[in-house]
Design a binder for this molecule. Structure first.
Ligand code: 9MG
Length: 277
């Protein structure tokens, strides 16, 4: 499996790190720390120094209960940041959005990948991704962020999430997206109970049967808080790194994380064990 991002080839001989940059005032785990452009850029530089392979820039929160924002607001948050990153680095930038117009503006400003928690189901998103011809992460989500955690229901969560992702791959390929441009993600915390999330993590390796690079986001998520006596987001580092390491062990290709240095150290050791004779 190979993925071409901004003239760099990701061959998945090791897991890659996607550093999270939330340019939102209400993001659940960093409290909108990076809403100001200067602090956002400083944080990007730090993540690059610590070993990030991709920067995921998002302007609209996807946390449970999050409200939608206007197109203008989303563009104003993400486009200046993407343009500024491009002035000093060629690191691949992923745009975390459900909106076709934001996808287009972001790619024209220098982003080289789309991260869509809605798996291109939004109005015009599929056609836009075909036109932009950049890699796309298709994530599974049951419901929408404002209501998704109310009563998530599955008979067989692994089977249903896998079937959904296969269906979205088929739709995308039929529409004209190159099969080598697709990445999949089971969407931990998106319309799933703690038990659903745990079951997906236990069976993560089965998602590799779909033949696409696997991306996973568990960093600081509420399931960690729920399992650690309601630990707040800023006390979920060790558990986040533990889950990232487990995921890397099960051949996850890209880890979406807040804490780049800690994750990078853990993944380096995980890789060393994998490669040991
Ligand atoms: C934007 N975003 C928040 N959590 C995420 C996750 O788990 N995966 C992906 N692809 N994007 C996410």
């Amino acid at each position: 499996m190979k993925l071409s991002l901004n003239d760099q080839t990701f061959d998945f001989s090791r897991p890659y790190i996607m550093g999270i940059l939330n340019v939102t005032p209400d993001s659940f785990s960093d409290g909108g720390l990076f809403i100001k452009k200067d602090s956002a850029i400083k944080h990007v530089k730090q993540m690059i120094k610590e070993g990030a392979d991709i920067i995921d820039v998002g302007g609209e929160s996807t946390r449970p209960g999050a409200q939608r924002i206007s197109l203008d607001e989303e563009l104003q948050r993400v486009i200046p940041v993407i343009k500024t990153i491009r002035e000093f680095s060629d690191i691949p930038i992923s745009i975390d959005t459900k909106n076709a117009c934001v996808m287009s503006e972001a790619v024209h400003a220098g982003a080289s990948m789309i991260n869509d928690v809605n798996a291109l189901r939004g109005e015009g998103a599929l056609a836009m991704a075909v036109e932009l011809a950049v890699p796309v992460c298709l994530m599974h989500m049951q419901g929408q962020p404002d209501t998704m955690q109310k009563a998530p229901q599955y008979e067989d969560v692994v089977k249903e999430v896998k079937t959904y992702l296969q269906e979205r791959i088929n739709v995308c390929v039929k529409a004209g997206i190159k099969t080598s441009n697709l990445i999949i993600d089971p969407g931990i915390g998106f319309g799933k109970s703690v038990q659903h999330n745990l079951c997906l993590l236990k069976h993560l390796a089965e998602f590799n049967e779909l033949g696409k690079p696997l991306l996973l986001g568990v960093s600081r998520k509420s399931m960690i808080g729920a399992l650690l006596n309601n630990a707040p987001a800023d006390e979920r580092l060790y558990a986040s790194v533990a889950l990232a390491t487990l995921a890397a062990w099960m051949d996850t290709g890209i880890l979406r994380v807040h804490d780049v240095k800690a994750t990078n150290d853990a993944l380096t050791l995980c890789q060393a064990v994998k490669e040991a004779k």
